[in-house]
Design a protein around this ligand. Structure first.
Ligand code: ZN
Length: 259
């Protein structure tokens, strides 16, 4: 709402390409953008992370179990009903957004650890799990994961993405096609994560690993200089290559393969 109030009264002249020439709207010169802040034209998101940790903490089980699933869906529906209520009350397009919280995933976990101590599977990992995602450490196959997460996507309509970790499948395109077909039939938005890193010191082309000290290291020559390696990992919906904070790095390290 702070952002909403800050934007009220803004003139279209502030960015003619957006507000006057059609990128976002075709308002007149000197016109205020206020009417576009209502009625669903623009959105404000309520973001959430850590549905896995919440379920684990409250129910003692992963949200992929029947008991955990029932609880997690109830929480998601409550969040959804809340944004729907806000939407009605304000006429502003509130939306529920499954966020990866690229930096906050670490900060929240750290603050909670200081406050509540070390709790197994919750604050002992150094990160909170992206949105409604299955615990990155949990062994689950690609098809079950996509099917499971698709139910959450239907509730998290302000933004959501699912992904599966796969090995190099350049020699098994048929299998890759089956997964694409499964995604098309079962889930709104999903992607593959695969590793195509490069070491500029020795020319190694494969997976740069995270060592026991949580540093990126070339498995071939031991190079640890970020400036001399290219590492690409999915951080949220996007692929990142600028390295990550300690929490997200730990999360990436823990990811299991789904195929
Ligand atoms: Zn190397």
């Amino acid at each position: 709402m702070c952002r909403h109030y800050a934007l009220l009264g803004t003139h279209s002249d502030i960015s003619p390409i957006h507000w006057q020439y059609g990128a976002l709207a075709r308002l007149k010169k000197g016109e205020k953008i206020d009417k576009l802040l209502y009625g669903g034209y623009s959105t404000i998101s309520l973001g959430y992370i850590g549905i896995y940790e919440l379920t684990k903490l409250m129910k003692g089980v992963s949200h992929t179990t029947p008991e955990g699933h029932e609880f997690a869906i109830r929480v998601m529906k409550h969040l959804k009903e809340t944004v729907t209520k806000w939407k009605k009350e304000t006429n502003i397009g509130f939306a529920l957004y499954g966020t990866p919280a690229e930096s906050l995933c670490y900060r929240f976990a750290r603050i909670d650890k200081e406050k509540f101590g070390t709790i197994k599977d919750i604050t002992d990992k150094g990160y909170y799990t992206n949105s409604y995602h299955v615990d990155v450490r949990e062994k689950i196959d690609a098809f079950d994961k996509l099917k499971f997460e698709s139910e959450f996507q239907g509730i998290s309509t302000g933004g959501c993405i699912s992904y599966i970790e796969i090995p190099n499948m350049a020699k098994n395109i048929d299998a890759l096609e089956s997964v694409v077909q499964f995604i098309y039939d079962n889930i709104q938005y999903a992607e593959f994560n695969t590793k195509s890193d490069y070491c500029h010191v020795c020319g190694f082309d494969g997976e740069i690993i995270i060592n026991k000290d949580n540093e990126w290291e070339c498995p071939n020559c031991g190079n640890k200089d970020h400036g001399k390696m290219t590492v690409v990992r999915r951080t949220c919906g996007y692929l990142g290559e600028n390295f990550w904070n300690v929490g997200k790095t730990k999360e990436i390290k823990q990811r299991v393969m789904h195929l």
